[in-house]
Design a protein around this ligand. Structure first.
Ligand code: 0RA
Length: 634
């Protein structure tokens, strides 16, 4: 059918139906209608601005969170085209704002590489906004158009003249769609900071107008080198100058920065077209292969490894590494559970080839650093072998043997992990109370005596020399590290129950650090919780009230008569089994905090700051977060 009329024709109707589909099933386009989806709206627009900067047409992006919780994103790019779209008989900008999957990527307009948050397009943001105002500076004029829930409320109008170019989008997320409309500045900052590291020289400004004192911050970086030094800040490094290279083959651009620290963990963060690829993918595999090959070849050539000696493993070579991998690809395929795994197979070979060549050159030209990297890997191999022996002790026995659980574990009778809980309790005496107070059908208790090792400062073999840690691993049943298998978890809830004092928070952070380093998926899958014992009990005869913070206690005592006696619980051990059950363990009444990882890079920094060699960042963190340490969201 050919449409010739100028009013609403078939394609316009299709457009509206398209946006109706977005409003009917928002989750399909932005993942969810919770906070994550809400923030996707901002990132979708920002990613379009970033595309302008990638092609060298934009050097400044500004994000403003307004007091009314609307958001403005503006850039000084070329501006969205305003000329008439020949087929639709509407201005191109209107087509872009109202057509699914059209956003700027049609017509080969000089976009060789395009990110866009998985390319859902500006029309999705438009469809999910109760009000959206777009202003474009282009071709000597300032243009403006307003939309409500995706539909234009007026034609595109010229409202002034200008010599500048750029796009400004001001939108109000729709309360009919989103569960909550409040933007979290930290989430936005995290993404903008990543983007500034990934796009050297790009100026990104953020303004938050919601507080009396307006918050302003600017991000601008020297590129990936700044990214690795930022992550390694406060750590001792092996190579002070990051290894850095950027290369191109065919249509693929590969950029890498590497800086080793003297710690034991591996931190590789990869990106494809500026999008964090949390699940890795072909670029990451290519990088790892190249690194393993280049370091082994070098070690053999200069004699640090004997000819007949076995190669160093990739894991050994990656101990203490901080690396950023950023690739730009024409048609990225995102796969995996969360669509954050790069799938294009040819990227593996291209990345491996480019990285191998550049690394070979680097190692040849920097023998001092090269030697240290090899030495570190050799030491890692030695420790890994010692750890293997220690780890045997924690392995589950084969199906034929009876599973030998730690003697200190008071297991539950329930055999269904989905409804079983494990309490890790500080101290034997509190452990005793917890054992007596629990519901033994589904609650298991493992008392921990004293502090566990700080895993930031010890290699795996030493970590495993601790009986407390071995008990914990055996009780959970999952194994650790490379062998970790979440499907073997014997409990789907693991609750850390420590005293409400400094030692208690220390033990808690030691445990969390251990989980983060060796059983990260437990955190990612939301298995880990922090139990909240009360700080005070107010007693009058048989009546008792519990309080979990000073403010609630103050509020209560303000209006109460003097007959109450106050008890401050210094430790779990001061509560009898029944009290512990009532306040902290009873699933019907207790409050527990789920531990989550909002941002892997941030979590990485928090743990190394808190547990690393330097005292200053730890002091700083505790000073800044002292009041929040109990509900630490890593
Ligand atoms: C379509 C085509 C062109 C640019 C854009 C869209 C564009 C979109 C956004 C969204 C936010 N900022 C933006 N800036 C540009 C290419 C224009 C040309 O070839 O001149």
């Amino acid at each position: 059918m050919i449409n010739t009329d100028n009013g609403y024709n078939a394609s316009n109707i299709q457009v509206l139906e398209g946006l109706e589909a977005v409003r009917k099933r928002p989750g399909m386009y932005i993942g969810s209608t919770g906070p994550k989806g809400l923030h996707h709206l901002v990132f979708e627009i920002v990613d379009n601005s970033i595309d302008e900067s990638v092609v060298g047409q934009c050097d400044t992006i500004q994000v403003i969170i307004h007091a009314d919780n609307s958001v403005t994103v503006s850039d000084n790019g070329r501006g969205i085209p305003v000329d008439n779209h020949p087929m639709m008989n509407r201005p191109a900008i209107e087509v872009i704002m109202t057509t699914l999957h059209s956003g700027g990527k049609f017509g080969g307009s000089g976009y060789t590489i395009s990110g866009g948050l998985h390319g859902v397009g500006l029309s999705v943001v438009n469809a999910l906004s109760s009000l959206l105002e777009i202003t474009v500076k282009r071709d000597g004029h300032i243009y403006r158009q307003v939309y409500q829930r995706g539909k234009p409320t007026s034609d595109l109008q010229i409202i002034g003249d200008t010599k500048q170019t750029g796009t400004t989008i001001h939108f109000f997320p729709d309360s009919e769609i989103f569960e909550e409309l409040i933007f979290d500045r930290e989430i936005i900052i995290q993404r903008l900071r990543d983007l500034s590291f990934l796009n050297k020289g790009l100026i990104i400004n953020i303004t938050d107008e919601r507080e009396a004192e307006i918050f302003r911050k600017q991000y601008v970086s020297e590129g990936l080198m700044d990214f690795v030094t930022y992550i390694n800040k406060n750590k001792e490094t092996v190579n002070q100058e990051p290894i850095h290279f950027k290369d191109r083959k065919d249509d693929v651009i590969v950029e890498i920065a590497i800086q080793y620290n003297n710690g034991y963990s591996e931190n590789i963060f990869s990106f494809a077209n500026n999008i964090r690829t949390q699940e890795g993918g072909t670029h990451e595999i290519g990088f790892k292969n190249a690194l393993t090959r280049a370091v082994n070849d070098y070690a053999k050539k200069n004699g640090q490894l004997k000819e007949n000696e076995a190669n160093l493993s990739g894991e050994d070579i990656r101990e203490g590494i901080v690396a950023i991998i950023s690739v730009m690809v024409k048609d990225p395929q995102f796969e995996g559970q969360t669509k954050t795994k790069l799938g294009n197979t040819f990227i593996r070979g291209i990345t491996e080839g480019l990285v191998y060549e550049s690394l070979q050159d680097y190692l040849q030209e920097n023998p001092v650093v090269a030697k240290r990297i090899v030495e570190k890997a050799v030491a890692a191999r030695r420790a890994r072998e010692a750890a293997r022996k220690a780890r045997e002790l924690t392995r589950r026995k084969s199906a034929l043997e009876s599973t030998s659980l730690p003697g200190k574990l008071a297991d539950c009778s329930n055999r269904d992990p989905g409804s079983s809980e494990l309490f890790i309790v500080e101290g034997d005496s509190a452990g005793g109370s917890a054992k007596m107070g629990r519901d033994r059908t589904y609650q298991a208790i493992l008392p921990l005596r004293g502090k566990i090792l700080n895993v930031e400062k010890a290699r795996l073999d030493r970590v495993l020399s601790s009986e407390e840690i071995r008990n914990l691993i055996t009780a959970m049943g999952t194994g650790i590290g490379e062998e970790f298998d979440i499907t073997k978890a014997r409990y789907h809830k693991l609750l850390i129950m420590t005293d409400a004092d400094v030692d208690g928070s220390h033990i808690r952070i030691l445990l969390l650090t251990f989980f983060y380093r060796y059983m990260k998926e437990l955190i990612e899958q939301g298995y880990i919780y922090i139990a909240q014992p009360p700080l005070y009990g107010l007693k009058r005869g048989k009546e008792i009230h519990y309080f979990f913070n000073d403010q609630d206690l103050d509020n209560f005592t303000k209006n109460s008569d003097k007959k109450w006696s106050i008890q401050r619980y210094k430790g779990l051990g001061e509560m009898d089994p029944e009290q512990l059950w009532d306040t902290t363990m009873n699933a019907e009444t207790r409050t527990i905090l789920q531990v989550t990882i909002d941002d892997a890079i941030q979590a990485e920094k928090i743990f190394s700051d808190l547990m690393g060699d330097n005292v200053e960042p730890r002091r700083e963190f505790i000073n800044n977060n002292a009041r929040y340490v109990t509900n630490l969201d890593i």
